[in-house]
Design a protein around this ligand. Structure first.
Ligand SMILES: [Zn+2]
Length: 214
């Protein structure tokens, strides 16, 4: 097992759709082992494969006081109810948002050993399943915000504002054969819809930027 690098926003892979897993082979098993180790190390309760740079429909979950779960090709078959929840994401370190999620979710998947699972989930499990399956479809929790001002960072010593729309990112800018590190700010209130984010991706690619994976 080994730790994998968690991709953070605005890495374009977070907006990509993951592909169906056709066979649970060695690569899928080692991916899920690594994802569990990476998720636990980061203190998260869920992780989707594109968050570690792999476009496969694989999710790992680790809810408090529960065993790890590996979800291959998970699908939501039905959902009901609406509630507001506070939520974060390992790809947006430090950020939390107020958003809407379902109360109950019926989902199915295949586990690491190829067994078929079908459950009716509530509370945190329903929320985590929705969050992670969204990831597999390139959807992020910031797409579900009740309003942009509900995206906040904890107040720190250096920042008295709890309402902050800006995200600091470091990009490596290609300059002939060398790379120059550049710190820049992305305004989150401008990128929380798919349409504006695709412009951002385009800009990053087009400018020859490589996102910092450090
Ligand atoms: Zn997430």
């Amino acid at each position: 097992m080994s730790l994998r690098k968690i991709r953070t926003f605005p890495d374009p892979i977070l907006r990509k759709k993951c592909r169906i897993v056709k066979a649970i082979d060695h690569s899928v098993k080692s991916l899920s082992d690594d994802m569990i180790e990476t998720m636990d190390y980061a203190g998260g309760i869920g992780l989707a494969a594109n968050q570690v740079g792999v476009l496969k429909r694989v999710v790992t979950l680790h809810l408090p006081e529960e065993d790890h779960r590996v979800l291959v090709n998970p699908e939501i078959q039905a959902s009901s109810g609406v509630r507001q929840v506070r939520e974060g994401c390992l790809s947006f370190p430090g950020y939390q948002g107020l958003l809407t999620r379902s109360i109950t979710v019926e989902a199915r998947w295949i586990d690491r050993n190829g067994s078929y699972f079908k459950i009716s989930a509530e509370d945190l499990l329903a929320q985590a399943i929705e969050h992670e399956i969204d990831h597999l479809n390139g959807i992020l929790f910031v797409d579900h915000l009740v309003a942009h001002q509900h995206l906040t960072r904890p107040v720190t010593e250096n920042s008295l504002e709890s309402h902050n729309h800006d995200l600091d990112v470091t990009v490596n800018v290609k300059n002939n054969d060398t790379y120059e590190r550049l710190k820049t700010r992305v305004e989150l209130n401008k990128v929380y819809s798919d349409s504006s984010l695709s412009e951002l991706q385009y800009d990053l690619y087009d400018a020859g930027y490589l996102l910092d994976r450090e």
